[in-house]
Design a protein around this ligand. Structure first.
Ligand SMILES: Cc1ncc(COP(=O)(O)O)c(C=O)c1O
Length: 482
């Protein structure tokens, strides 16, 4: 069908085209969203997100504990959906733990995994009583124990393992995470005897997994370690194999999660084969497999011009910095960019879509076949539901885009507003004691304020700046008092 010339199979559940040739999402024409929220704007499709959560649940049933990886898209409305769909959360920072609480998950439903944690992060996590903290190294383990000791409590701890795998082209050998398998016996002994550490199990996360063989090989390596613990009467309760489940992007395809239905029984057989009698709970932490394909980024064409030779350049009001940065971070990622306001128009020429920042690398996509597009036409970047929104930044002091959620009944709710200028300036304005929530009018009046005095006051230390030097003799008196 002509209407579907740009629409891939995986979007057909929620994407269509109206008689004007305008893309619709759950029946809502995208120009209506653009009129109300402006561009660039992210559109998240609720039915697709819930469908993914449910497919994971259905595939693994009660055999596997599922924790959504917050880092991938930390929007509170999505975390709330995770909670409603019976997922726990995998959090990478104190900020993500706080978001988990805001989405109304209990501390025992939040696990804390990152290779980097400050002492304050650890104290925060221990105090709130998270499900577990993952130690990335033996040094980390000691610090977790010290934080727990300070608060006189036991902290549930798991060890992150790097099994040093090589499966075809896939390798974990150069990874920065985890305790290399050669050191794991020593780490287990330390974990088992470190006071205040309630050692519970193991964690693995090895990047993007295109092949179930990788997870099977990891499980084989980790079950041997579990057996080592059993032989030493060290009870193990959990084994997390992380996320990294594939999600389709551009021409790339991804295996459906249903292909992993047999994994829990494979794991059980492995335990039996190695004589492990302790019940071990498997954990998965999917991120992008849940949300990637549920996200659409709407932009508008701001200009269309011919450059060098016959090369055609379209400039969009989004960019690889402020809107879909993932394409820049992962070099081989190539988003589909669709002519959302001209879905019946045939492809007539090759264009490069340039982003709106002043960086020459800021090219959203290059040499794609497109219809003739003019200023005001809408472009849709497909499959931008994961990592793009959380990686977007304020380069060029451009405000990050709002996010709307489209429900199956066609209602549209804003789940994040556009950045305010004040939020971008606040960290600098705060030190000048100038930040003010109703500041936009003030900024337009800035030329009336004598900014120079503010800077001068700051230099004199009148604005809370840390430039104040002690009065003569003061530092000597303080030292003596100590
Ligand atoms: C510990 C951990 N779990 C889960 C994930 C989620 O990965 P993905 O979004 O590829 O599923 C990540 C991603 O970096 C991670 O570091």
């Amino acid at each position: 069908m002509r209407a579907h010339r740009y629409i891939r199979e995986r979007w057909k559940k929620f994407l269509d085209v109206d008689i004007r040739g305008m893309m619709t999402v759950e029946g809502v024409p995208v120009d209506r969203i653009v009129q109300k929220y402006g561009t660039p704007v992210y559109v998240m499709v609720e039915s697709e997100i819930r469908d993914r959560f449910r497919r994971f649940k259905k595939t693994f049933g009660e055999d596997v504990k599922l924790q959504y990886a917050v880092k991938c898209n930390s929007n509170l409305a999505i975390l709330r959906m995770a909670q409603e769909e019976g997922f726990e959360l995998d959090c990478a920072s104190v900020g993500e733990l706080i978001l988990g609480l805001l989405a109304d998950l209990k501390p025992r439903q939040l696990s804390f995994t990152n290779l980097y944690k400050t002492d304050n992060d650890l104290l925060f996590a221990v105090k709130m009583g998270v499900q577990s903290i993952t130690a990335d190294s033996i040094e980390d383990l000691y610090r977790i124990g010290l934080a727990a000791k300070k608060l006189r409590t036991q902290v549930r701890t798991v060890l992150r393992v790097n099994p040093m795998l090589q499966v075809g082209n896939y390798s974990t050998k150069g990874n920065k995470y985890g305790i290399p398998i050669q050191q794991i016996h020593h780490a287990i002994e330390v974990a088992a005897r470190t006071p205040f550490v309630d050692f519970r199990g193991f964690h693995f996360m090895g990047g993007y997994i295109q092949n179930v063989r990788v997870l099977k090989a990891t499980a084989r390596a980790l079950v041997k370690i579990v057996r080592f613990c059993q032989d030493r009467h060290i009870p193990i309760k959990t084994l997390s194999l992380g996320g990294g489940f594939p999600a389709a992007i551009g021409d790339q395809e991804a295996f459906p999660i249903e292909k992993m239905k047999d994994f829990p029984s494979y794991f059980q057989r492995l335990l039996e084969r190695h004589g492990v009698t302790m019940p071990i709970k498997l954990i998965f932490e999917p991120g992008k497999a849940i949300v990637l394909n549920a996200g659409i980024g709407l932009m508008q064409v701001v200009s269309s011009k011919q450059i060098f030779g016959r090369k055609r350049m379209i400039i969009a009001d989004g960019s690889t910095y402020n809107f879909i940065p993932d394409a820049l971070v992962q070099k081989d990622v190539c988003y589909d960019i669709l002519p959302a306001s001209r879905m019946y128009a045939p492809r007539v020429h090759k264009v490069t879509v340039g982003g709106n920042t002043c960086d020459c690398w800021d090219l959203i996509t290059q040499d794609i076949e497109m219809p003739k597009l003019a200023e005001g036409d809408i472009l849709a970047a497909m499959d931008v539901g994961a990592y793009a929104q959380v990686l977007a930044n304020n380069f060029n002091t451009i405000r990050r885009a709002p996010v709307v959620l489209v429900r199956p009944d066609g209602s549209v709710t804003q789940i994040r507003r556009r950045d305010r200028f004040s939020e971008m300036f606040a960290p600098e304005l705060d030190v000048l004691k100038m930040a003010d929530p109703s500041e936009l009018e003030r900024y337009s009046n800035l030329y009336r304020i004598n900014i120079n005095t503010i800077w001068k006051d700051q230099a004199k230390g009148k604005n809370g700046a840390m430039t104040k030097s002690p009065k003569r003799g003061e530092s000597r008196r303080k030292k003596a008092a100590r």
